[in-house]
Write a protein that binds this ligand. Sequence first.
Ligand SMILES: Cc1cc2nc3c(=O)[nH]c(=O)nc-3n(C[C@H](O)[C@H](O)[C@H](O)COP(=O)(O)OP(=O)(O)OC[C@H]3O[C@@H](n4cnc5c(N)ncnc54)[C@H](O)[C@@H]3O)c2cc1C
Length: 445
Amino acid sequence: MKNLDFVIIGGGPAGYTAAVRAAQQGRSVTLFEKADLGGVCLNRGCIPTKAAVEVARVVRESLHAGAVLPQQKDLWNTVKKRVRDAVETDLKGIERLLKNYEVEIRREKVQFVNEKAVGAPSGEYSFQHCLIATGTSPWTPEKIHSEEAWTEETWLQMESLPESCIVIGGGVAGCEIAFVLQALGVQVTLVEMAPQILPFVPADIAGTLERELKKQKVRVIKNFRVERVEGKNGEMHISGSGETLTAKGAILALGRQPCTAELNLEKAGVETSEDGFIVINSSMQTSNPHIYAAGDITGPPFLAHRAYHQAIIAAENACGTATTNTGIFPYAVFTEPEAAGFITPEVQLSGLANVKVPVRVLGRAHASGKLGGEVKILYEETSHRIRGIYLISHGASEIISALYPAFVKGLFLEDLAYAPLSHPTFSEVLREAALKALGVPHHAL
Ligand SMILES: Cc1cc2nc3c(=O)[nH]c(=O)nc-3n(C[C@H](O)[C@H](O)[C@H](O)COP(=O)(O)OP(=O)(O)OC[C@H]3O[C@@H](n4cnc5c(N)ncnc54)[C@H](O)[C@@H]3O)c2cc1C
């Protein structure tokens, strides 16, 4: 058995980030990856979908400006080329990064053989520390599974675009896919089992994004529990809730399941939760003190920036230095307009006052023709500390990200109300909302 120092399983955002941080602290790192470096995020998730979203936005803007667009098949080829170029370039960046830090990359599947060793086709390796970062895969219940349906990870492989498509699942991925396909001329139906799309945001905010998607001609059906997905004679039939919907294509975006089946976790003494995700403490340590876990494998929310954050905490703790885990993460839905905000533990949101202002009060919204959206701010009535922000607007993901440090440290209505934010910008809607909450609205009524 060969002795290794720091072993990482999985080369996605969590795995490669931990590799870099451990190497920066003088550790000798070996990273096992069974498929592609960059994981879901780079190869089938964040980056490919955002490349597609960017093309969809340009198409919408161009139509708005009266431009004559290329044929749909050429637009789809443009999407695919953009995706390919972005993935190839970013992959080279990750490879360069890992090489720079002398991380040994082993292209093989690995599993535990005991509490301090892993096994791969090339042999068995003991470790001082190990990080599990094996992520998740699409979750589809047995009876819904259909070979003819695409998933949130495969839809960009479609040869050509269907005339119509049913996207099953109104979460982040489902909304983004619906936005892209509708912009490219596909007749889209978005189906959601819950009474609202985006189940993790307040119902009124989800309703605002739903209205924006409907304005773009996406058909949205809620309270629809899909029971069967079947391909027949070139059509997809989606049955459930006493009804059958039909379209030329179907995409399943139902949720994620942990990639632990092949790891032999019981041999390593690593505990999992009831739904199969790895249980960790605030240092990202598992029930085996030599083994850490980070990223999607630790459960929801499934976000690449959470994976980065957890990976740094895990690597630093394994190396004897500590980093704080804030437990608050921003979310973003990359549609147009975008939806973004902070995922705050629900218990911290009860009993708060709230204020709402629509984006259309802004000069910038009228100048750019992007009038859709609103902001909702939740705050403590007495102290004025802001506890929740939900924004739907053009550029919302950038605005919310930039606000993160202030939000976590302590952001008050007065901080926003008296901030001379650049004019005209979409960020100004935050100041308008704070002024309104203080009873001195500027443009909002
Ligand atoms: C369609 C879609 C869009 C998304 N968009 C966004 C977005 O815009 N923003 C955002 O923040 N998040 C987004 N996400 C989520 C994001 O992709 C994940 O949160 C992120 O990839 C998690 O990183 P990870 O390192 O934990 O796992 P992964 O990226 O899943 O990487 C795990 C890696 O481990 C490898 N592996 C698994 N088992 C083994 C084994 N036994 N041996 C060796 N290697 C193994 C896998 O091959 C994989 O490469 C999106 C996801 C999807 C599906």
